[in-house]
Every structure is written in structure tokens, then in C-alpha cells.
Design a protein. Structure first.
Length: 418
């Protein structure tokens, strides 16, 4: 058995068939493996806790003989102390996993909506930009507290308080670290991360007032009248799509993300419904359409090669953010209105103006009821039986528009309000 040296290794000839092992006479347990292709890899073999263990050190060229010998001696020393270097390497690798790597694995493994994926990615690259390449195990409670307070008081760019973003961002971080606790383990099965540092925010989350913004009752008619007139004078395809999208949101109470992505294969003009197979709450639903909503869809232009009901020249192929239209709607309403405010407006008209049962409005906005009876005995997906209710809401909006137009022209509207 020779001593392994550079001269010895350089003179090695590849074996004809299977690999060959060459052991060093000087350092017991240190050797190398030669393959028929001529690849030389340094190895070390010893016993740890009564069991034989063979470990690959690395390829010749990356390691010199002397470097590999020194690594072998370290491994053999660890084995004599009862530590398996393979387990230590696995534990060290798990401890080095970065926040970026955890986020990528989480996004890959979890069945998330596109909006959730976008929110996670946004916070990883903005809220936690400085932590992306840090081992997630190195994130501690002090870091969490400091960064949370920074976002809460200054925002991600320092332009002003952003308590909502602080709450959302650290909810994302909490989920990512919980995932890491479950996924990354030491060889003995215990987690690399003992606890979640975001738990330090217990009772420190910013209490946020629920958003209640909607179109004021006195302005609903004016807004609808404006949208109708704007539709008649739309000067390009994207503008037309934006206007129609906003009108559909007000007539149906749908979520912007779901309505904007609507495709023609999920629209039935004959029976008067639209279908959402995988909405936010994962409850597939068939939403009935009022005659006003049907008229909008029947007069929409279909674009060859584009399946979307509200097409756009943008990369997604559909309108994502009807910003300009919403800005004009806000001017007419006299207050800033968002697409989600249209959803609240639809619900409020149903409850307060049309006297509809709360449960029916909840179903029309695809909020699955919490009660046992409603969840297990009511139809919560095929909602065509609620078409009269959605028609009442649309008719009320239409009536308010006629009143607003009459007021604008100086007519007496007392009879119209009766």
C-alpha cells in the first residue's frame, strides 16, 4: 500500500471496468477512487458510533493530495469523537439556507393564488431586501422588532408610515419561517430553527380599522350615468375594456382579480351567468347576471386569439388595473374609490337599498356562509336562483342614474323617487 502523493496520483491509469480504490499507507482511512473515465476523487473511511462510514472529500484538481489528507484527518478525528461528518454537513447546509431559498421553495410547494405569490415575492424583494441572502436561521427577534417598527413608521422607502404593509410583510415572513421550521431538519429530526422570531410581535401587530369606503348613496346614480356615457365615447379598446370592467364590478360585486381575468369560455349569455372555477376562497361559483350586465357582455368586442372578456394590449392580455377609469369615477363620487370599494357598494345596495337578506348578498359576493345550516344545506355554488336579487340591485342602480340625469336637466324627480 503506497503513500498517496501528487506523483502517485498523476501516474494512475484508469481501470478498464469498475472503479478502483487506492488507500494511503501513511494516513489510515484516507484514499481515492478512480473511475474508468479517469476521474479521481478523494475519500475517507472510518467508524463512527460503531458503524462504518465512507465520505467523499472532493475531486482531484479541486483538492490537492495534501489538502484532501488534511480534510480526511479532520473527518477521522470527528468520527473518533462520535460525530458523523455527513450529519454535521447536512446540519450545516440546512442552517445556511437563505430567506430567498426558503421563499422559492415555499412558492414552489404551496398551491397559491397568483395574487398571493405576487405579495410574497414583493415583500421578499422590498420589505426584506437586506435579508434575502441571509441564512433564515440567523433572523432573530431583535431584527424582526427593529424592521417591523421601521416599516410601521417609515414604510419601505422612508416616505411615510405603512402599518398595513408592516402587518402584511411580517405575516409573510412568519409563514416562510414556519415552512422552514417544518422542512429543514437536523439529522436527529429536530428543527434547525427552534422557534419563529416573528412571534416577538405578539400583541404588537398594528390594529387596522376595517375599510368601509364605497360610493356615497347620493353619487351612485351620477357614477353609473358617467360610466354609460363614457362607454359610448370610448376612444380605444383598452379604454372600452376598462369602462366595461368597472361597470361589471359595480353590477356584480366581483373581485377585481377574478373579474378582470374572466374568459369567454366561462360566460353563458343564453342562461345568464359567469363561472369562476377557482376563486379566492376556492369555492367554485356560478354568478347570475342582471339584464344590464348581460347587455354589456353581449356588446363586447371579441378579439381573435385573445380569450379574455376584457382584453388589453398589455402582456397579460387583459385589463389588470382600470386606473384611469377609477380616477374619473372617484372625481364623480367626490371621494377616492378603489375597485374593491365597488364590491362594498354592491353589497350595501343589496342590504340597505333593496332590503335583501344578508345571506343572499354574501352568496352573490361569493362569501361562503359560516353557519352549519347554510354551509351544508344551501346551494353555495350554483347561484342562478339568486338572479332576481342581482336584478333588483342593478335596477336600483339604473333608477338612480335616471334620477341623476333628470336632476342635471332640471326635471322634477319627486315622482321618480316614489
Amino acid at each position: 500500500m503506497p503513500k498517496l502523493t501528487k506523483t502517485y496520483v498523476d501516474k494512475l491509469n484508469p481501470p478498464a471496468d469498475e472503479y478502483e480504490l487506492h488507500w494511503c499507507s501513511e494516513t489510515k482511512g484516507f484514499g481515492l477512487r478512480v473511475t474508468p473515465a479517469g476521474k479521481v476523487t478523494y475519500i475517507v473511511q472510518g467508524r463512527v458510533r460503531g458503524k462504518s462510514a465512507r465520505i467523499t472529500i472532493g475531486a482531484h484538481g479541486i483538492f490537492t493530495v495534501d489538502q484532501a489528507r488534511e480534510v480526511a484527518r479532520e473527518h477521522l478525528r470527528s468520527m473518533r469523537m462520535g460525530t458523523d461528518p455527513r450529519e454535521a454537513a447536512k446540519e450545516e447546509a440546512a442552517a445556511r439556507v437563505t430567506l430567498r431559498q426558503v421563499a422559492d421553495a415555499y412558492l414552489r410547494d404551496r398551491p397559491l393564488k397568483d395574487s398571493s405569490k405576487e405579495a410574497i415575492e414583493r415583500h421578499v424583494v422590498t420589505t426584506f431586501a437586506a435579508w434575502q441572502k441571509k441564512p433564515v436561521a440567523s433572523i432573530n427577534r431583535e431584527m424582526v422588532t427593529k424592521r417591523f417598527n421601521e416599516i410601521k413608521t417609515k414604510g419601505t422607502t422612508g416616505n411615510g408610515p405603512a402599518p398595513g404593509q408592516a402587518n402584511q410583510g411580517f405575516s409573510v415572513l412568519r409563514a416562510l419561517i414556519n415552512y422552514a421550521i417544518r422542512e429543514y431538519r437536523k439529522p436527529d429530526g429536530s428543527p434547525v430553527i427552534a422557534d419563529n422570531p416573528v412571534d416577538v410581535l405578539y400583541k404588537k401587530w398594528v390594529p387596522l380599522k376595517p375599510r368601509v369606503t364605497r360610493i356615497p348613496d347620493s353619487k351612485i346614480g351620477a357614477v353609473w350615468s358617467f360610466l354609460r356615457q363614457s362607454r359610448e365615447t370610448a376612444y380605444n379598446r383598452d379604454t372600452w375594456s376598462s369602462i366595461d370592467l368597472v361597470m361589471m364590478l359595480l353590477l356584480t360585486g366581483l373581485r377585481i382579480g377574478e373579474c378582470s381575468e374572466l374568459t369567454w369560455d366561462r360566460v353563458n349569455l343564453e342562461e345568464g351567468w359567469v363561472h369562476f372555477p377557482d376563486p379566492k376562497n376556492s369555492n367554485p361559483v356560478w354568478i347570475p347576471l342582471s339584464s344590464q350586465a348581460l347587455e354589456i357582455l353581449k356588446t363586447r368586442q371579441r378579439i381573435k386569439g385573445n380569450p379574455h372578456v376584457f382584453p388589453s394590449w398589455g402582456k397579460s392580455g387583459h385589463i389588470r388595473d382600470p386606473r384611469d377609469t377609477m380616477k374619473k369615477v372617484s372625481e364623480v363620487a367626490g371621494t377616492k374609490i378603489t375597485p374593491h370599494d365597488l364590491r362594498r357598494t354592491f353589497s350595501d345596495i343589496g342590504y340597505a337599498k333593496c332590503g335583501l337578506d344578508v345571506l343572499k348578498v354574501e352568496l352573490l359576493t361569493n362569501h361562503v356562509p359560516i353557519g352549519v345550516t347554510a354551509r351544508h344545506y344551501l346551494e353555495t355554488s350554483h347561484l342562478q336562483y339568486l338572479k332576481p336579487e342581482t336584478q333588483r340591485i342593478a335596477d336600483w342602480i339604473e333608477k338612480e342614474a335616471r334620477i341623476a340625469e333628470a336632476v342635471a336637466s332640471g326635471e322634477n324627480v319627486v315622482a321618480m323617487r316614489a
